[in-house]
Ligand binder design. Structure first.
Ligand code: SF4
Length: 252
């Protein structure tokens, strides 16, 4: 029952916004409030189950709404999303940052503690490394690049997101990609590569080649957090970025 209310809220929020209702959330809240009395008895009889990493039953229905959202609708939907268990411990969802028509799209794994705190991807030590790597190939965050993650909410203890969590969050990332229309996607690390290429192949075997994500060229490199622990791999990441820059130039 609570799931149905969540979906209704999502649907109504979109509809209210489409009709230009400034107080969309208030309209939705009132509509849902009207139903609450009828549902109280049933809700009370069902013990609340904590969400695990199983795919939320609303995910497939939400995925039908998300592809028509604009940036504001998408941002607000992500901000209040509860489609997977990662919503439980987040301080805030981390949507993404950068130029909304950027030629470069960098996709990492998920927010860490700093990102959860500040609401922006790649702001900690790994973020500083990413920024300096981007600067080395002439890319500036917010100007030529957009940065997002496979999941928008921090996995507890910075663990790897489960495939179910990545799947629940997939419509949001897919919609970001559609809206940005990047000329090149760079998958940062195995989680991003697995999600976007639907393969379990090793990261090493995916590097140095041009892949495609729904027609957009995609290259794979190491996640900056991994590079912080494995300094010798930095040279390989540099090679990957130089390769990516060449791919982008040749695609012009
Ligand atoms: S990780 Fe994605 S699907 Fe899960 S709660 Fe956050 S925004 Fe929703």
């Amino acid at each position: 029952m609570k799931d149905d209310r969540s979906l209704q809220e999502l649907e109504l929020l979109v509809v209210a916004r489409l009709y230009g209702l400034a107080e969309a959330r208030g309209v939705v809240a009132k509509h849902l409030q009207d139903q609450t009395l009828h549902e109280t008895q049933e809700v009370a009889s069902v013990e609340e189950q904590p969400r695990t990493d199983a795919l939320h039953p609303l995910a497939s229905r939400a995925s039908r709404l998300v592809p028509s959202m604009n940036w504001d609708e998408l941002r607000e939907t992500v901000r209040t999303c509860q489609l997977c268990g990662l919503c439980k411990q987040r301080k805030q969802a981390v949507f993404g940052v950068g130029h909304e028509s950027a030629p470069w799209l960098f996709i990492g794994e998920g927010p860490g503690a700093d990102e959860d705190e500040q609401g922006e991807p790649f702001v900690g030590q790994a973020g500083r490394l990413l920024d300096s790597m981007l600067a080395a190939v002439g890319i500036q965050r917010g100007r030529e690049a957009y940065i997002a993650n496979v999941v928008k909410c921090r996995p507890p203890g910075n663990r790897t997101p489960t495939p179910q969590e990545a799947a629940a969050c997939a419509p949001y990332l897919d919609r970001q990609i559609e809206l940005i229309k990047p000329r090149l996607i760079v998958a940062l690390g195995k989680t991003a590569a697995t999600r976007l290429l639907d393969t379990e192949a090793s990261l090493a075997s995916l590097r140095g080649r041009v892949h495609r994500y729904k027609g957009t060229p995609l290259v794979v490199t190491y996640h900056p957090a991994y590079l912080l622990r494995s300094l010798p791999e930095k040279a390989k990441a540099w090679e990957d970025l130089v390769f990516a820059r060449r791919v982008l130039r040749e695609s012009a």
